[in-house]
Design a protein around this ligand. Structure first.
Ligand code: SAH
Ligand code: SF4
Ligand code: F3S
Length: 439
């Protein structure tokens, strides 16, 4: 019996797929690379913007044909945020789907599959297992040998007015730090070099210790090279966390500080906690403690309902004032059930698209300069990718998360999983090129 899992959306979904894969493997299923060979096909979905959701239904149309070719002998499951949001309504649009499993009851999968097998009809579970975030680590089927994902918290309590995540991922809950450190230690003992801590608001982590204290504990694990974390909320980057990044060499120094807008009135309408001024104070504090030894990245939404041209311009000037190493920018997309839905979607599509282009052009110019500024500097690069045919056959990321392509002497394989000292020799818009200093 074979399974195939297709994953869309964020790193939390990637990791949920590893949990679902592990669950299927304990039931005796083996992975396949070929969709038409799958006895079980899971589509792990995302609904952050309308487009993402539409893509799910058109993909399901294709899976329907695969199922027909197999004479109906394939279990199709929809999991993830669309499953959580739509629940049983998915069956009315796509009746060939057999099961719908939300984001917070992953351990129910075996029971649902058994029910489908014994012809009990459509199965749906969008309930909340209060222990979902305590999924047993030994049941996770990990895709990478050197990089391990670790859930530290789940959920979001912030209810930004544009965002569907609080509805699809539920309330915030954190895992006990002892479990997290034990999982990290076990991964490190088995050869993992990099761990990535996961949570919808990863730095809102709180149990008997704070997020900064958790980072300091993980920094003690000697076999690890880098500890990363996604996705953070600006309100929880306090001085303690930033000083921890300065003092702990294993903790990654890319600071993702999602601003969403550079205008305080729009920020208020978005339900974000910061004003432009607070945000800039935070950036100044980060620069004071870390100087140039970090990268800054952000997310932005253009065309939020009521965003005036001059308010959009405040977002453009924020890019200039901060100096980001990279941004992720999106056109506003109304999501059902969110606070902003009552405003409609008054900014026309062409206008949103124009604003997006201006924002991205502004960033590209600033970014080119910042990337070029790295030429001649030395970095540690943890090698996680090999492309033996390329002129730069080895690639990896700096501690502040910039992708670097490296020239290599001899067989590239010998560099895999190593944290190398590197000199930067060239820069593109998104990636750097470099030479290995010491072999
Ligand atoms: N928890 C993270 C956000 C995760 S969603 C945080 O608070 O930063 C990733 C990004 O998608 C958001 O930062 C936002 O920029 C974008 N986004 C979320 N909802 C959106 C919507 N309705 N329309 C457009 N972009 C949206
Ligand atoms: Fe969405 Fe805001 Fe929560 Fe981030 S903090 S997941 S943007 S509601
Ligand atoms: Fe998408 Fe859900 Fe992640 S909506 S971005 S998969 S939390």
């Amino acid at each position: 019996m074979r399974y195939f899992i297709e994953t869309w959306g964020c790193q939390m979904n990637d990791h949920d797929s590893e949990k679902l894969a592990g669950t299927l493997e304990t039931m005796g299923y083996a992975p396949t690379e070929e969709p038409s060979e799958a006895d079980i096909y899971l589509l792990n979905t995302c609904t952050i913007r309308e487009k993402a959701e539409e893509k799910v239904f058109s993909r399901l149309g294709v899976l329907r044909q695969v199922k027909q070719q197999r004479n109906g002998d394939m279990v199709i499951g929809v999991t993830g945020c669309v499953a959580q949001q739509e629940g049983g309504q998915i069956f009315s649009r796509a009746p060939y789907v057999d099961l719908v499993l939300g984001t917070q009851a992953l351990k129910q999968l075996p029971e649902m599959i058994e029910n489908v097998a014994s012809h009990k009809g459509h199965q749906v579970n969008v309930g909340q297992d209060p222990e979902n975030h305590l999924f047993p680590p030994h049941n996770i089927s990990r895709r990478s040998r050197i990089k391990g994902l670790i859930t530290i918290m789940e959920g979001c309590d912030n209810y930004c007015t544009y965002c569907i995540v609080p509805f699809t991922r539920g309330r915030e809950r954190s895992r006990p730090w002892e479990d997290i450190v034990a999982e990290a230690q076990r991964l490190a003992d088995n050869g993992t070099k990099e761990i990535e801590l996961l949570g919808q608001n990863v730095n809102s982590y709180y149990s008997t210790i704070s997020f900064a204290e958790l980072l300091r504990k993980l920094n003690e694990i000697e076999a690890l090279e880098v500890v990363r974390y996604v996705s953070p909320h600006p309100k929880d980057f306090d001085r303690d966390v930033i000083e921890t990044l300065r003092d702990c060499p294993r903790i990654a120094t890319n600071i993702h500080l999602p601003a969403q807008s550079g205008n305080s009135r729009i920020l208020k309408r978005m339900g974000r906690e910061h004003t432009r001024e607070h945000y800039l104070e935070k950036v100044a504090m980060i620069r004071e403690v870390l100087g140039n030894n970090c990268s800054l990245t952000s997310d932005f939404i253009v065309g939020f309902p009521g965003e005036l041209e001059k308010e959009f311009n405040d977002t453009v000037t924020l890019l200039q004032d901060v100096g980001y190493d990279r941004i992720f920018s999106f056109m506003y997309s109304p999501r059902p059930g969110t606070g902003a839905i009552k405003h409609g979607d008054p900014v026309p599509q062409e206008e949103k698209s124009r604003r997006l282009q201006i924002l991205q052009q502004t960033q590209n110019e600033l970014q080119k300069e910042r990337m070029t500024g790295r030429i001649g500097r030395d970095y540690q690069v943890l090698v996680d990718t090999l492309k033996p045919e390329d002129r730069f056959p080895v690639a990896g990321r700096t501690r502040d998360n910039i992708l670097v392509h490296l020239e290599a002497k001899g067989a590239p394989e010998r560099y895999f999983g190593r944290n190398l000292a590197v000199k930067i020799t060239g820069a593109g818009l998104h990636t750097l090129r470099g030479q290995i200093i010491e072999d």
